[in-house]
Design a protein around this ligand. Structure first.
Ligand code: AMP
Ligand code: TRP
Length: 324
């Protein structure tokens, strides 16, 4: 039986953190076993906010290296840069003609980002390009964090709309989001999500942070009033966030961790969280340092070649259905 396709994308914006890892990237690695896996460094999405070409060049290859370092295996998964497969952009244009403005006006990510970055057509059309990424590979499943739910809904609507209007072509993709870790919160403000663009470096642990930096950031994490280690996202958002992080890195349940640490001091608990994160990230950091840029770029070119062929297959059928 043919395996189902899983697709996801990551923006090459640097600062990849444990929120990205727990919310999405870890699932990318796991899903390679059971799916036909396709993963993309979405560099065309990254230029929808102000940027420097030099930074983009560096962040692209660093993002690719990180994906390899966490365990994306080029023998089992297709990995490439979005900008090297033009069919993404072509399908985005076709889908744009099926996208009502009202839908785009509701996107919270657009509102948030345009407050900071200004409004441009690319940022507005971002969800349409994302839908095209997924649909050009006829993906069935998309592993992403909770913050992408709205974009996935747009994708599903576009798939259904296309199928109804032009004939059955696209699967309606399902979102894959972990139960714990779908929304890792900032270490400095546990009521907002850990974010690549937060200017406060202490708000997030990066996948390539050295151990002493990880420990320092976790020690300085904002915790809550009271002394007990308890899980309650409303009343104890800081401690609960750390519990979730530790649970994900150790594979132990939250209940189990609470039972062990309930009566210990915050300082002791934070050190235990730091140990777990340091241990979990060590192999990633080692693998990352061992990779050479030139080898990775060659691998990405190979990936793009295969991705172009596969995307072109889909596009031939899409063009024909639409009357071209
Ligand atoms: P981004 O940082 O927007 O490029 O996100 C890359 C992936 O990580 C997406 O699948 C997001 O849903 C996921 N993600 C980003 N921030 C978090 C977070 N704080 N917690 C969980 N998942 C996240
Ligand atoms: N919007 C996603 C994010 O910010 C990145 C992305 C672009 C993506 N295209 C995609 C994710 C396709 C999944 C599938 O994280």
């Amino acid at each position: 039986m043919e395996r189902k396709v899983v697709f996801s994308g990551l923006q090459p914006t640097g600062n990849i953190h444990i929120g990205n890892y727990l919310g999405a990237l870890r699932n990318w690695v796991l899903l390679q076993d059971d799916y036909d896996a396709i993963y993309c460094v979405v560099d065309l999405h990254a230029i929808t906010v102000p940027y420097e070409p030099e930074d983009l060049r560096r962040d692209r290859v660093e993002t690719a290296k990180l994906l390899l370092a966490i365990g994306i295996d080029p023998e089992r998964s297709l990995l490439y840069y979005q900008s090297q497969v033009r069919q993404h952009v072509e399908l985005a244009w076709l889908l744009a003609t099926l996208t009502p403005l009202g839908v785009l006006n509701r996107m919270t990510q657009f509102k948030e980002k345009s407050d900071k970055a200004g409004r441009n057509l690319g940022l507005y059309a971002y969800p349409v390009l994302m839908a095209a990424d997924i649909m050009v590979h006829k993906a069935h499943a998309v592993p992403v964090g909770e913050d992408q739910t709205q974009h996935l809904e747009v994708t599903r609507d576009l798939a259904e709309k296309f199928n109804n209007r032009f004939g059955e072509e696209f699967p309606v993709p399902e979102q894959i989001t972990p139960k714990v870790g779908a929304r890792v919160m900032s270490l400095q403000d546990p009521t907002s999500k850990m974010s690549k663009t937060d200017p406060d470096a202490r708000s997030k642990v990066l996948l390539v942070d050295p151990p002493q930096v990880i420990r320092k950031k976790i020690r300085s994490a904002v915790t809550d009033s009271g002394h007990e280690i308890e899980y309650d996202r409303e009343k104890k958002p800081g401690v609960s966030n750390l519990l979730e992080i530790m649970s994900q890195f150790t594979g132990r349940s939250i209940d189990d961790l609470v039972a062990e640490y309930h009566d210990t001091l915050y300082g002791h608990f934070k050190d235990a969280v730091a140990d777990a994160v340091i241990e979990g990230l060590a192999p990633i950091r080692d693998a990352y340092t061992a990779l050479a840029d030139a080898d990775v770029e060659a691998l990405m070119l190979d990936g793009a070649k295969v991705a172009r062929e596969r995307a072109e297959d889909s596009m031939a059928s899409v063009r024909a259905k639409m009357g071209f």
